[in-house]
Design a protein around this ligand. Structure first.
Ligand code: ZN
Length: 303
């Protein structure tokens, strides 16, 4: 949500909103305000910024004891820290007004640089899925076409489920080696290595261009379950062979058939599933968010 402080500031400055940002032109500057963790952030872009302008802004910020800021291309990003209580919107407002007044007097009638092509032009604010930008009409038009193409590509991507699944399995093979090394040679908790399968499985699925849908996520889960189980079973095999001192397949099968051994293997697999499961859920949530990528273009709206 848009927090009340930013909302109020936006209203007073007659700005508009896009997602969780308040944006707009003030005189010949582009202003962007949003909340961060324990902070309010102001991004301000001017037609030009030279060293004298920077000096002027720094002096103005020093008056209000604002110390955190960084220079952007033709702009500045100012952080207003809020540890115990919100930073005074009154102070932020007066900083914005002062700086915008300064630039409009210094560069009267001069236009802003388009944030995509850099041309000096009439700009409008749009959000392209992530952050909002002030762009010219030409850039907006070409972005629209570009984004429509990307969206069409995702919409009609071939159903590469099988290759994605294979990729996921193949990439997980080093996970098996890690489990064996940890379990047999280091006597460490092999379950920890199961996290590796998740990481590698997702990587493999992506590399083999698996289709990015819910079913794709299910295939990654399936591959992780198979490979974690396989890793533990193979680890036991290596362990038994190492203890026996010889490779005797009949003996190996005989030992694997002992109920106590089977129970222990199942117990180990279960622990590994629990360990990797937590990480898997976390990663899949992240992935699904990433995959929900029909990019939408939004225009700033009235507050
Ligand atoms: Zn442009």
């Amino acid at each position: 949500m848009l927090w009340p402080g930013i909302f109020k500031l936006g209203k007073e400055l007659e700005l508009k909103r896009i997602d969780l940002e308040v944006v707009g032109m003030i005189k010949n500057c582009f202003v962007k305000l949003y909340d961060g963790r324990n902070m309010k952030v102001l991004e301000l872009f001017a037609p030009e910024i030279n060293d004298a302008d920077k000096e002027h802004i720094i002096n103005r910020l020093n008056e209000t004891k604002v110390k955190k800021f960084e220079w952007l291309e033709y702009g500045i990003k100012i952080i207003f820290n809020e540890y115990l209580r919100p930073y005074s919107t009154k102070k932020i407002k007066s900083i914005i007004i002062d700086i915008c007044d300064y630039f409009s007097e210094k560069y009267p009638g001069q236009k802003l640089h388009c944030q995509k092509c850099g041309n000096l032009n009439d700009l409008d604010v749009y959000s392209y899925g992530t952050a909002s930008l002030a762009v010219c009409a030409d850039c907006q038009k070409s972005s629209e076409i570009e984004i429509e193409n990307i969206n069409t590509e995702t919409r009609y991507a071939p159903d590469n489920y099988f290759s994605g699944f294979i990729g996921s399995l193949l990439y997980s093979i080093p996970g098996i080696l890690a489990t064996i090394v940890m379990f047999v040679f280091l006597n460490a908790l092999a379950a920890i290595s199961s996290v590796l399968y998740v990481f590698l499985g997702i990587k493999g699925y992506k590399k083999f261009k698996g289709k990015t849908t819910r079913f794709g996520a299910f295939l990654i889960i399936l591959s992780t379950l198979i490979m974690v189980g396989l890793g533990i079973i193979l680890s036991y095999c290596v362990y038994i062979i190492k203890e026996l001192g010889i490779f005797d397949i009949d003996m190996l099968i005989y030992i694997l058939k002992i109920p106590e051994v089977q129970q222990e293997i199942i117990k180990n697999i279960a622990v590994s599933y629990i360990v990797s499961g937590v990480y898997l859920v976390f990663q899949l949530i992240k992935l699904m968010r990433e995959w929900k990528t029909e990019i939408t273009i939004k225009k700033a709206q009235e507050l």
